[in-house]
Design a protein. Structure first.
Length: 711
């Protein structure tokens, strides 16, 4: 195999790259240090796995997630790729066996924890050096930063890697890091002029719902009924609560197990394996305990308590829908959780870090309290623009009525003023509702506005106060017990000079996944997958993802040739499992009189071509281009990376179906041709570096195709 695209198709069963995978892989193959920020489920692992198969030597992958290593290695082996791992779960004999494979150069990828890499074992480091390491991949790179959400001190030692392996390229990868954390990662890893790639954080298939923590267990049961027989994760704040909730769910007929650091290792391992292998549907875990799972068919994540920051929330919700199918994220929010987490956020003897952690927690609170599109808020937090109205979050799916809130606001602001701006929101709400709690002193009960808000619920008052804060009519002093105070704008409302309107949700629409497939066949294919996984002693999702089974149940292939065009069917999986899955599809189609959804002429044309040849996906890109769409517009319409669309259009230049001038300004063609004469066209990175920032990869690719076609 000579090209990344060929490896992608033959080993992993995919026709095209996503996000910036292609450009990242080119950079790694050019032996440059690389930093990759890509969303969970976006395909980070392919960015080092494909170069590993093209490089001659060994690729070492550093990961903090011991539980994840076996799944990743199993997935590689199922695809016919030689891989191994070293961690504390292996016996001394098993570790010796892995080291023998490394010495004999019989594996291409070796996974290990950072502490194993720098153990007091000089012989181990010498074995690695003599094995000819071609690439070092550092997964979960945010763990090296104290500003990240999952700091691990052992990661700090990784900064020495460039000293021990100065000529070996390093690729650092993470799914969640704000600007401060990214800067810290690059500094601590000592990378040499790294190329940085930041992909979109937008996980379009995840639908976000945030609800008040009122009758949360009843609401949870209602939610789980809609996800019957699907895998999900429920996060709870304490070890005790995870076990109590799991017990309660089992009593109510659900398949659930707890998972927390207080359980012994054997119990944790057993519960996780049951979940991974679909023998248990629900895992109830502590927020603070990282599970390190790569299970692609998790259909939902529920937070019973507030996460400590948006990075954690994004990462934890990102454990759902890794296969690209619609998945739900439900969070129950309460002010009490926010107040409790403030104590945990403070770092002893470190005011600077405490402030950062408290600011991050406040942002998490704002996400829950605002009426802004959840997706827009999350993406804006990570410095990514979004227009809002995503139609896949509780805010955007809710129908609102607008009410005149002037009198409501006057009551709220008057209460704060009469309480001398000395109290927080909960106390003011108690005051407005006329609460009999002893927290309300007698002198306050004599105030005229005591009890004037009894016609609204606590949840409604909380929403009104949050709206007033967001619109600048209130300040909240977090350093002084969250006391509420008036602003200059407040007096316009109090004096009747200005009106204010509030939005109140009255209903919420449901969403569908928009995919049409044979659901009975899908269930039968899941049974086949379970039998294969049992035989192989591995997790079902490692054999095939739910997305692959949905495509099988949608496109209904009836031959091995057609099966090769289903995503996830690489050469090794076709050879090992093709006939079993194909037989189930063929039998189902015969039983119900269904035809294959492949167009015979189309797939026969594609079968004669290599992975890099004409394909329906390229044709679609060409069609949109000829309709007048720009490359970025096509990428947006198709949900693919700009780099992939440029690949498609450049291919048609080589075939003579597009003119190079359609893609490249005439004045740029000769300089690109001169650069090709000097550097060749085997790799694009040297050409890009020689030509500079004024030339795009798409322009260079198009001219390369012309030169290649001319011989």
């Amino acid at each position: 195999m000579s090209s990344p695209l060929e490896v992608l198709k033959k080993k992993f069963g995919y026709d095209e790259f996503r996000f910036q995978q292609n450009e990242i892989i080119d950079t790694v193959l050019a032996q440059e240090d690389t930093f990759v920020l890509m969303p969970t489920g976006g395909g980070k692992s392919l960015c080092y796995q494909i170069p590993a198969l093209l490089f001659e030597g060994l690729t070492v992958v550093i990961s903090p997630l011991i539980a994840l290593m076996k799944d990743q290695v199993d997935a590689l082996r199922v695809n016919g790729i030689r891989a191994g791992y070293l961690n504390s779960t292996l016996s001394p004999g098993q570790q010796s066996q892995v080291m023998r494979l490394v010495r004999n150069k019989e594996i291409k990828l070796l996974y290990m924890a950072p502490e194993r890499l720098f153990a007091r074992d000089s012989e181990f480091m010498e074995v690695l050096k003599s094995s000819g390491i071609s690439l070092i991949a550092i997964d979960e790179a945010h763990c090296i930063s104290q500003w990240g959400h999952d700091f691990r001190p052992e990661y700090l030692k990784l900064g020495a890697l460039k000293d021990k392996f100065p000529d070996t390229p390093v690729i650092a990868l993470t799914a969640t890091a704000d600007k401060l954390t990214r800067k810290d990662i690059l500094e601590k890893l000592n990378l040499k002029k790294p190329k940085t790639f930041v992909s979109s954080f937008n996980r379009e298939n995840i639908h976000y719902y945030i609800e008040p923590k009122k009758d949360s267990y009843a609401r949870l049961l209602e939610f789980l009924e809609k996800h019957n027989d699907e895998s999900g994760i429920i996060y709870s704040l304490s070890r005790k609560s995870t076990e109590a909730l799991a017990t309660k769910l089992v009593h109510d007929g659900f398949s659930a197990k707890p998972y927390n650091a207080g359980l012994d290792r054997e119990t944790r391992a057993r519960h996780q394996e049951l979940f991974i292998k679909d023998k248990v549907k629900i895992i109830v875990a502590t927020i603070a305990f990282g599970m390190g799972i790569d299970k692609s068919n998790v259909r939902y994540v529920v937070h019973m308590n507030l996460p400590k920051n948006i990075e954690s929330y994004y990462q934890e919700t990102g454990r759902a829908g890794r296969d690209g199918l619609q998945s739900d994220a439900l969070l129950f929010y309460s002010k009490r959780d926010l107040a409790m987490l403030k104590d945990f956020a403070r770092v002893d003897d470190n005011e600077e870090q405490s402030k950062i952690m408290l600011d991050k927690l406040s942002q998490m609170g704002y996400l829950c309290e605002s009426k802004t599109c959840r997706r827009k808020f999350i993406l804006n937090y990570f410095d990514e623009e979004h227009g809002g109205n995503c139609a896949t979050c509780d805010v955007c799916l809710s129908d609102y009525e607008e009410i005149d809130g002037t009198v409501i606001a006057q009551k709220a602001l008057s209460a704060i003023a009469r309480l001398k701006e000395n109290y927080g929101m909960n106390h003011v709400i108690d005051f407005l509702k006329g609460s009999k709690t002893k927290k309300i002193p007698d002198w306050q009960r004599e105030i005229k506005t005591y009890g004037v808000g009894s016609d609204h619920s606590r949840e409604e008052w909380s929403s009104f106060f949050n709206d007033l804060k967001m619109k600048g009519y209130l300040d909240q002093n977090e350093s002084n017990y969250n006391t509420l105070s008036l602003t200059g704008k407040s007096w316009n409302i109090l004096k009747g000079k200005e009106k204010i309107r509030f939005l109140r949700a009255v209903s919420r629409r449901e969403t569908g996944n928009g995919i049409s497939y044979e659901k009975v066949l899908f269930d039968r294919l899941r049974e086949v997958r379970s039998k294969v996984a049992e035989r192989e002693n591995t997790a079902a999702f490692i054999i095939f993802s739910d997305a692959t089974l949905v495509e099988l149940a949608s496109r209904l292939p009836k031959s091995i040739e057609e099966l090769g065009f289903i995503k996830g069917f690489g050469e090794a999986k076709i050879e090992r499992y093709g006939q079993e899955f194909l037989g189930e599809v063929v039998d189902y189609c015969r039983e119900f009189g269904l035809e294959s959804q492949f167009k015979q002429k189309q797939y026969k044309q594609r079968a004669k071509k290599s992975a890099g040849g004409r394909s329906q996906t390229k044709i679609e890109s060409l069609k949109l281009f000829k309709e007048g769409n720009s490359t970025p517009e096509i990428a947006g319409l198709r949900g693919l990376g700009v780099n992939t669309i440029e690949e498609h259009l450049s291919w048609f230049v080589g075939e003579g179906e597009l003119s190079v001038e359609d893609l490249v300004p005439p004045q740029k063609i000769t300089p690109i041709q001169d650069a090709i004469k000097e550097h060749g066209w085997a790799a694009l990175r040297p050409l890009k570096d020689a030509l500079g920032e004024d030339y795009t990869y798409g322009e260079i690719k198009a001219v390369v195709e012309v030169v290649k076609s001319e011989g």
